[in-house]
Design a protein around this ligand. Structure first.
Ligand code: ADE
Ligand code: ZN
Length: 323
């Protein structure tokens, strides 16, 4: 039964690079003369069978070679914002991975110009509130993250926070204390992926060493009663992405996802899509999936929607208006 009616929500965990649908991938590959394994969008989608986070990241990073110009980043941004608005998203806090594009020879100027133009236009034409969060790639280490933050300082008016993503296990938050301290001193919000594949200790480190305000994924926090208590008492938001967790086998199937247990523990859980072009669904699809799988009540669905605004970086007055 599908009873979800596109509640207004904030989407707090979405990678703009992960919204690159195969149709746009093919268009950009042709536009820029970039080779792909196939030029058939359906055939490309068929390749999206993942066994873990790394198996996804390998394809995801390879596909990003098609993003070369300001117009490419604009097209990517406006496509997501249009689809998200249709999904009920009223506020989007959007990750982007500048180090990937720098490694492909694309200057920061190009990335910011295209994404910022998309956000500005979407605010005006779609009425969606949206901001960017700059993510550091953990597999490149702390020194590279610091270099990236320094290079992004001229663009401080174009992003509201920093995040931490890419391969988790083996790249703990403790490697990034310096760059997160500097980001905090610059007045930026701080979030980090933790407890997706890594254990509860990664969540502890993200909170204690990086000072994050939200935890992205955080599903493995459920294994640690003390951590649960800490997250509940402080109402630290967890941006949970159920379809992503199934596709990347962080959980064996949706039916055993810890979401119901997290809600029962009184955690501030929100639902997001992560990389919707790869995991078979935008935020509305994720909400539908959990509502159907766990027979969530209208009250529980309303709690998830309200949590998303509570957990957002909107000013308090604006949060109250949305809730
Ligand atoms: N980059 C894009 N999606 C990601 C995820 N789910 N985990 C870590 N890094 C990512
Ligand atoms: Zn993510």
């Amino acid at each position: 039964m599908n009873t979800h009616a596109s509640w207004p929500v904030a989407e707090l965990h979405v990678h703009i690079e992960g919204t690159l649908e195969t149709e746009l991938l093919v268009t950009l590959a042709r536009r820029n003369g970039v080779e792909l394994p196939s030029y058939d969008p359906d055939a490309l989608r068929e390749l999206y069978r993942f066994t873990d986070l790394q198996s996804f990241l390998d394809i995801y990073y390879a596909n990003l070679a098609v993003l070369r110009t300001e117009a490419d980043f604009y097209d990517l941004g406006i496509a997501y914002l249009t689809r998200a608005t249709a999904a009920g998203v009223r506020r989007a806090e959007i990750f982007f991975d500048p180090q990937t594009h720098l490694a492909n020879g694309i200057p920061l100027d190009v990335v910011f110009a295209g994404l910022t133009r998309a956000l500005t236009e979407a605010r005006a034409t779609l009425g969606i509130s949206a901001d960017l969060i700059l993510c550091f790639l953990r597999h490149l280490g702390g020194a590279a993250a610091l270099e990236t933050l320094d290079a992004a300082i001229p663009y401080l008016d174009q992003f509201i926070g920093v995040g931490l993503d890419s391969a988790e296990v083996g790249f703990p938050p403790s490697l990034f204390t310096e760059v997160f301290a500097k980001a905090g001193a610059l007045g930026l919000h701080r979030v980090a992926h933790a407890g997706e594949e890594g254990g509860p200790d990664y969540v502890h480190e993200a909170l204690d060493l990086l000072g994050v305000e939200r935890v992205d994924h955080g599903i493995r926090a459920i294994e640690d009663p003390h951590l649960i208590e800490h997250l509940r008492e402080r109402q630290i938001p967890l941006t949970v992405c159920p379809l992503s967790n199934v596709c990347l086998r962080a959980v064996p199937e949706l039916g055993v996802h810890p979401l119901p247990a997290m809600l029962a523990e009184g955690l501030l859980v929100t639902i997001s899509s992560d990389d919707p072009a790869y995991f078979g669904g935008y935020v509305d699809d994720n909400l539908n999936a959990v509502q159907n799988e766990f027979a969530l009540s209208p009250l529980q669905m309303a709690t998830l929607a309200r949590n998303s605004f509570r957990a957002s970086f909107l000013p308090e007055a604006e949060k109250l208006r949305q809730i």
